[in-house]
Design a binder for this molecule. Structure first.
Ligand SMILES: C[S@@+](CC[C@H](N)C(=O)[O-])C[C@H]1O[C@@H](n2cnc3c(N)ncnc32)[C@H](O)[C@@H]1O
Length: 286
């Protein structure tokens, strides 16, 4: 068994490697990845590491294999995983949580990335974590009980009333930006959200661009958009509507997502300006 000092060194190297894999330079995030103990959130080992060929169990309860760029099963029989560290490093850097801010984390799972979000906002700030699955919400609540700036709620993140937020960080696949999240964003607030097609989470490796992580920033009445990366996420409960899904699938098939700069909360955007138009919302090039 490794000593706590050895594990601290392993976490520090993991944090450096995780951020450098995706070209992120952020001392605050690096420190969060270096200090939050992944095994605390995943529970006692051995753990199930996700591989494209199936889950591979770690040989014992030495947490060293968790400090790698791997997904780890949280309810493996349902394909629910603690997400890939490098992906989260990139998306968290895009969300850019700052000291004193209120962050809402939707799809918190067992709370590992909630704890990482709680580091940069600190004690003047706070994190509201929402998890739909009963068993996971209970685990997250217990795992995060020692953090006074974190509240865990069980339920559907699309319908639970939200306090105004500086960051809304979504970890389950949606087919459109939820109106309640856009309404909750403060001035300068950032919604980081995976918009995914049904093909983005099938059996086997991802097939081309079928989903992407978007950063949507509120500036007055405007919503400025950039794409952070491609993304495959488990479909969110209650976050999918078939008409928006079909519009997204058509948009990804056509290409051009990297040129999207605006979200409009209407579908009357001219066709040549729109990447995706669906009832009540559009992603547009200008
Ligand atoms: C891919 S898992 C990621 C969990 C966590 N972020 C992690 O990496 O460990 C997605 C999580 O979103 C949750 N979820 C799905 N739909 C949700 C919703 N509408 N509101 C809140 N949580 C939701 C699922 O139960 C699941 O735990």
């Amino acid at each position: 068994m490794k000593s706590e000092a050895q594990l601290a060194e392993i976490r520090r190297a993991y944090a450096r490697q995780t951020l450098s894999l995706v070209g992120v330079s952020s001392p605050e995030l690096e420190n969060a990845f270096a200090t939050v103990k992944r095994e605390h959130y995943l529970g006692p080992g051995p753990w199930k590491i996700f591989r494209w060929t199936g889950y591979e169990e770690t040989p014992n309860d030495d947490p060293t294999p968790l400090y790698d760029n791997v997904l780890v099963g949280i309810i493996p029989e349902r394909g629910l995983n603690n997400g890939q560290p490098s992906g989260h490093a990139m998306w968290l850097a895009a969300a850019a949580p700052r000291p004193g801010e209120h962050v809402v984390h939707i799809g918190a799972g067992v709370g590992y990335y909630t704890a990482i979000l709680a580091e940069p906002v600190g004690s003047p700030g706070r994190v509201t974590a929402i998890e739909h699955e009963l068993q996971l919400a209970a685990r997250a609540k217990a795992n995060l009980a020692h953090l006074p700036n974190v509240t865990v709620l069980q339920g559907d993140g699309a319908t639970i009333p939200l306090d105004p937020a500086d960051v809304i960080y979504v970890n389950a696949g949606a087919t459109r930006p939820v109106d309640a999240w856009l309404d909750a964003l403060k001035e300068g607030g950032r919604l980081v959200i995976p918009l995914t097609t049904n093909a983005a989470f099938g059996a086997g490796p991802p097939r081309g661009a079928q989903g992407a992580m978007f950063r949507i920033e509120r500036r007055g009445d405007e919503f400025h958009v950039s794409i952070v990366s491609g993304a495959a996420f488990i479909p969110g409960e209650g976050l999918r509507d078939p008409v928006s899904e079909a519009a997204l699938a058509a948009g990804f098939a056509r290409g051009g997502v990297e040129s999207v700069t605006r979200l409009y909360r209407t579908d009357d955007v001219p066709e040549e300006q729109a990447w995706v138009r669906a009832p009540g919302w559009s992603l547009a090039y200008r």
